[in-house]
Design a protein around this ligand. Structure first.
Ligand SMILES: [Ca+2]
Ligand SMILES: [Ca+2]
Length: 277
């Protein structure tokens, strides 16, 4: 139930973000691992910040000196609020990376992580941004190999088959390798099976309730189906979904598809998002 808890918290993301200070007040985040020390300063709060600057020191040398944190696309100084800073070795090469979490506003959108990686050839830091969308992440060494994975949920399922509140996203596990984030969810079947079980339990509990008082089962079953696909159990999915349609469980409000149309669109969606591959 851990992830269910995690997801249920998400609707209040904006409220839960660590805040706050009075506008104009200077704030500071620091983190350190091994020889790498990171400092972020900003004015305002983690909801709306200005003058965000980052300093990265490595082995006693200042590599990035109070540089403005800029938007990757526009190059303009970002106003995304810094919410967390961490230093950890993401790929097990002995060199710690720096993770800066930023929140760019909105109730259901958008948190992203900027990952700074040291380039030993140029003696400088480069970065990538990874968008999380509606769902948070946790860094956890799921396979206990000494390097952490990003444990989150697939944001493409938000609003896909039901309203946001009933959208159930399947678990998504990402690894940072060679300067990019890679979806490695299929390599973690135990975690996926636990996630599938969570959504199945929720479905069974909800379908017993009168239609007017239960969650939109279309959203719950979509997330469960994606987990089952990751486990190679597609035939279970369609057997269950066809039964659900016959029992009238795939009805609900528009504009989301219902009945047979739901089955068709979910099948196409799972293929388009790479679950069927
Ligand atoms: Ca590293
Ligand atoms: Ca690991």
């Amino acid at each position: 139930m851990r992830f269910l808890l995690c997801v249920s918290v998400l609707a209040a993301t904006a409220v839960l973000l660590p805040t706050v200070a009075l506008a104009g007040q200077a704030n500071k985040l620091t983190a350190k691992r091994g020889s790498v020390r990171a400092t972020v300063t900003f004015k305002g709060s983690s909801l709306y910040a200005s003058n965000i600057r980052i300093t990265l020191k490595r082995a006693g040398t200042t590599v990035v000196d109070a540089a403005r944190v800029r938007d990757s696309a526009s190059g303009k100084p970002t106003i995304s609020g810094p919410t967390a800073l961490a230093v950890t070795d993401l790929n097990g090469d002995g060199e710690p990376e720096v993770l800066l979490d930023l929140y760019s506003g909105g109730a259901h959108c958008c948190t992203y992580t900027r990952i700074y990686q040291f380039d030993s050839v140029y003696g400088a830091y480069t970065w990538i941004d990874h968008e999380w969308g509606n769902y948070p992440y946790a860094l956890e060494d799921l396979d206990r190999d000494g390097t952490p994975e990003f444990w989150s949920a697939d944001d493409r399922f938000a609003y896909a088959f039901s309203a946001y509140a009933f959208s159930i996203p399947p678990v998504q596990i990402l690894e940072y390798r060679n300067g990019t984030m890679r979806d490695m969810t299929r390599n973690y079947p135990k975690t996926v099976r636990r996630d599938a079980k969570t959504w199945w339990t929720l479905y069974v509990k909800e379908r017993r309730k009168p239609a007017a008082r239960r969650l939109d089962l279309r959203g719950v079953l979509a997330g469960w189906a994606a987990d089952k696909y990751q486990l190679g159990e597609q035939s279970d999915v369609w057997k269950t979904l066809k039964g659900a349609r016959k029992r009238g469980e795939l009805r609900g409000s528009s504009p989301w598809p219902k009945g047979r149309k739901y089955l068709r669109e979910l099948r196409a969606f799972l293929a388009a998002t790479g679950y069927a591959g």
